[in-house]
Design a binder for this molecule. Structure first.
Ligand SMILES: [Zn+2]
Length: 128
């Protein structure tokens, strides 16, 4: 039973749901504005399963930019705001690494949070 489920998951890894395909109708590639496009998962289904084929999990990319994104050679972050804000928000929500994991995947770069000490002048202003 487990084995069967895994095989099914692997097969569906490349297929977009009908709702995801429908969401791409009338859209051009968000990078180059060319047609045709297909649905590209912002967060890979292997990292965050998408059993229901949520249309908010995908954005429209032409084949060239889809391949570049899948190869981690394309930073999509500059192209997502403001129009694809909902998809970006859901990407952060579903990625197991939350905002840092989603940022790493979407930009193709490695990000790490850095703690900063508060500015001493800020404390002085509060005391004044
Ligand atoms: Zn394109």
């Amino acid at each position: 039973m487990e084995r069967q489920r895994s095989a099914q998951g692997a097969r569906s890894g490349f297929a977009a749901s009908s709702a995801q395909k429908a969401a791409m109708e009338g859209e051009c590639c968000l990078v180059c504005w060319q047609l045709p496009v297909d649905p590209a998962h912002l967060i890979d289904k292997s990292v965050a399963p998408d059993p229901s084929g949520d249309p908010l999990r995908v954005v429209p990319l032409c084949r060239r930019h889809h391949d570049e994104y899948d190869s981690r050679d394309l930073n999509l972050l500059p192209y997502l705001l403001p129009s694809w804000r909902q998809q970006l928000g859901l990407a952060v929500q579903v990625h197991p690494g939350a905002i840092v994991g989603a940022l790493n995947r979407i930009t193709g770069e490695v990000w790490a949070p850095v703690a900063q000490a508060p500015e001493p002048s800020g404390v002085a202003m509060l005391d004044a």
